[in-house]
Design a protein around this ligand. Structure first.
Ligand SMILES: Cc1cc2nc3c(=O)[nH]c(=O)nc-3n(C[C@H](O)[C@H](O)[C@H](O)COP(=O)(O)OP(=O)(O)OC[C@H]3O[C@@H](n4cnc5c(N)ncnc54)[C@H](O)[C@@H]3O)c2cc1C
Length: 408
């Protein structure tokens, strides 16, 4: 039997973190083998940002991360927003910044980012093998990496960049967790994150397809209260859009104790909604409810509000009782929904949970359980908000690990 040739580094997974790590290792003179189970590199990155790839965010900071934010902070310290922009510009990717600091490739297509990385990897001598699923990694003097096909490779360093189990339709898998466990790591339980919410109130389907700028509030009045401003999208099953996606990691954990209440404030910019409604009644006293809400609320939201508050449709607003005014104001400022569950893994953009970061060196991303092994990206117990933060973290991990690996 032929002895397999020795690589400096074998990287498992040619996604966001794996491609950057491979490129940076090769640039530093290492002999790199990048193994990818799919027939294409970075399938998840290709579908990211609705096919446009929101690759980073100008406002990225530690508070954008959950799970183990301290590890994210160490990565951000070594790979800032400016570093990220310089990295991609140097690769030839033209970018544009949009609202809320989100950065996209100028071409409007994620392939601009993926192809720039892939081409640079090839130009720098990275050996990329597609359709190569890693089944087993053993550590003796070197790492012995075995593929599903039975083929074997050896290397001085090994990198797990397998991503999470979210979105299996574009390659999401549990492989990475299993490989990490086989090398001595523990997994913090996984829950879908950046996931839409199934709610109990069936009437929400009457709002299907409507988007609104709102504030969502979790745990009002408690010391765990969280408020998120942004766009909400109503669906036939419940709630989606950045304003709820960003809360889904926290909600996912809370759901283990039962249904979770969430409130929607349709007018976060108005301090006192009741005074606002009373003023409006003075301006349009002779209107009935439906006409009263015209110009202020989407028609379907107004209709649902009228039913929800039990407003009599033929009564003029000047004849609304104090109770009706209070009820309308309260509902517009804190419309309650009951979350029953998150949408399934096929719809969650990322996973909360993952490899326990207490077992990782925050500065280098080297395993504290298995010397010479590096663990990157979404496989770790770090998840970010929506807005380019997850990709920034993944690129950053690849960059940090490559920098930390000893010189040849
Ligand atoms: C629909 C969707 C939209 C998103 N949009 C955005 C966005 O706009 N901005 C943002 O910041 N984030 C976004 N994300 C999240 C972001 O894509 C991920 O966080 C990021 O790709 C994670 O990078 P990674 O390197 O950890 O894993 P991945 O990029 O998922 O790469 C892992 C790779 O490893 C391969 N692999 C796994 N196991 C093996 C094995 N055993 N052998 C060989 N190969 C293996 C996989 O096939 C995959 O190619 C989105 C995610 C989804 C699903």
């Amino acid at each position: 039997m032929n002895t397999p040739s020795l690589y400096d580094v074998i990287i498992v997974g040619a996604g966001a973190s794996g491609l950057v790590c491979a490129l940076q290792c090769a640039r530093r003179g290492k002999k790199v083998l990048l193994l990818e189970k799919e027939q294409q590199v970075a399938r998840k990155v290709l579908v990211s940002g609705n096919g446009r790839c929101n690759l980073t965010n100008a406002h990225v900071c530690v508070s954008d991360y959950f799970g183990t934010p301290q590890l994210a902070q160490s990565v951000l310290h070594q790979f800032s927003f400016q570093d990220c922009m310089a990295f991609f510009h140097e690769l030839g990717v033209l970018t544009q910044e949009e609202g809320l600091g989100r950065v996209f490739p100028l071409t409007g297509k994620s392939s601009a980012v993926v192809e720039a990385l892939r081409v640079a990897c090839v130009e720098n001598g990275v050996e990329i093998r597609l359709g190569s699923e890693v089944k087993k990694i053993e550590k003796k003097k070197h790492f012995l990496v075995s593929l599903q096909s039975g083929e074997k490779f050896i290397s001085k360093y090994a990198v797990l960049a397998c991503g999470s189990k979210a979105y299996p339709q574009v390659g999401g898998t549990e492989n990475g967790y299993q490989l990490a466990q086989s090398l001595g790591h523990h997994i913090i339980p996984l829950t879908p994150s950046l996931s839409a919410l199934n709610v109990k109130e069936k009437a929400v389907s009457r709002l299907q397809g409507i988007r609104a700028q709102v504030q969502t509030v979790l745990g009002r009045g408690t010391d765990k209260e969280i408020r998120t401003d942004g766009e909400i999208l109503f669906t036939n099953y419940g709630l989606s859009g950045p304003a709820v996606l960003n809360l889904s990691g926290v909600i996912g954990k809370a759901l283990s104790k039962g249904p979770v209440s969430i409130e929607i404030n349709f007018f976060p910019q108005i301090q006192d909604i009741q005074s606002f409604i009373e003023e409006r009644i003075k301006r349009f006293p002779a209107r009935k409810a439906k006409d009263f809400f015209a110009g202020m609320l989407h028609e379907n939201i107004a209709n649902l509000l009228i039913d929800f508050c039990g407003i009599k449709k033929n009564v003029l607003v000047q004849d609304w009782t104090e109770n009706v005014i209070k009820n309308v104001s309260k509902t517009l400022g804190a419309w309650p929904f009951t979350v029953l569950s998150l949408r399934p893994w096929t719809e969650a953009m990322v996973a909360a949970g993952g490899v326990n970061c207490a077992e990782i060196n925050y500065n280098t991303l080297e395993s504290l359980r298995c010397g010479g092994l590096y663990i990157l990206g979404e496989l770790l117990n770090v998840d970010g908000r929506s807005g380019g933060f997850n990709l920034h973290f993944a690129w950053g991990c690849g960059y940090v690990a490559a920098k930390a690996m000893p010189e040849e």
